[in-house]
Ligand binder design. Sequence first.
Ligand SMILES: Nc1ncnc2c1ncn2[C@@H]1O[C@H](COP(=O)(O)OP(=O)(O)O)[C@@H](O)[C@H]1O
Ligand SMILES: [Mg+2]
Length: 255
Amino acid sequence: MNPILETKNLTIKFGGHMAVNDVNLTIYEKQFKSIIGPNGAGKTTLFNLLSGQLSPTKGQIYLKGEDVTALSPAIRTRRGIGRSFQITNVFPNLTVIENIRIAVQSQMGIRYQMLKHFQKYLGIAEKAEQLLELVMLKNKANSFAKNLAHGEKRKLEIAMLLALETEILLLDEPTAGMSVEEVPAILDVIHTIKKQGKKTIILIEHKMDMILDLSDSVMVLFNGSLLAEGTPQEIMKNETVQSAYLGGLYDGSIA
Ligand SMILES: Nc1ncnc2c1ncn2[C@@H]1O[C@H](COP(=O)(O)OP(=O)(O)O)[C@@H](O)[C@H]1O
Ligand SMILES: [Mg+2]
């Protein structure tokens, strides 16, 4: 397995607070890596560093061995690091399929500049349909984005993230704020993406059953530092993790 994303001594300080503290991580191609840790542990900040929204106080980020620490978020996306953002990229007054088409179009604009227009548009429509199907929103294709239920919005965001065609997907609590009924659908979507086997996925989640079910490897962040790393089973059994974090969240049984 080849490393796709690595950090060396990655650190960011907010005032006197080390939100991410000397984190060394290696993520391999096609790996499904989960990040767990209590609120305020630095998980989202780590994603902001990986995607380029924040610059580290110290340390480096390598994408396929190349130092990308100084590159902008847009360039990192083009090189393969995809991050979904809530709300910002979704046009509320356009329909679901229109939103997906725009996301596909912006990606294709970069890659297929040389193609003739009619070919370009054909490709866009087909691609958008495929994504619509993948995230199971076909029945909502012509609904305005603003009228979607919370869970459906998250599915649309995932479709728009996939439209970017990045090798790496950063998913920050994709089920947060969802009703119990909405969670299985998002899980299905993530399972389908995983099964297709084309992506490296880094998932931040609190739901332990989801972590156990999906992850090849789990890392635990605690106070900005990497506390432990291993298979989901190893992490659940790890005594340091138990006492620092899992004790109150997980009953100890392995699903
Ligand atoms: N832009 C920022 N400015 C100052 N402090 C921040 C900023 N972003 C996050 N923090 C702080 O960094 C710590 C880690 O936050 P965060 O990465 O959001 O944690 P998590 O996602 O694990 O819940 C928290 O103490 C939070 O208050
Ligand atoms: Mg967070």
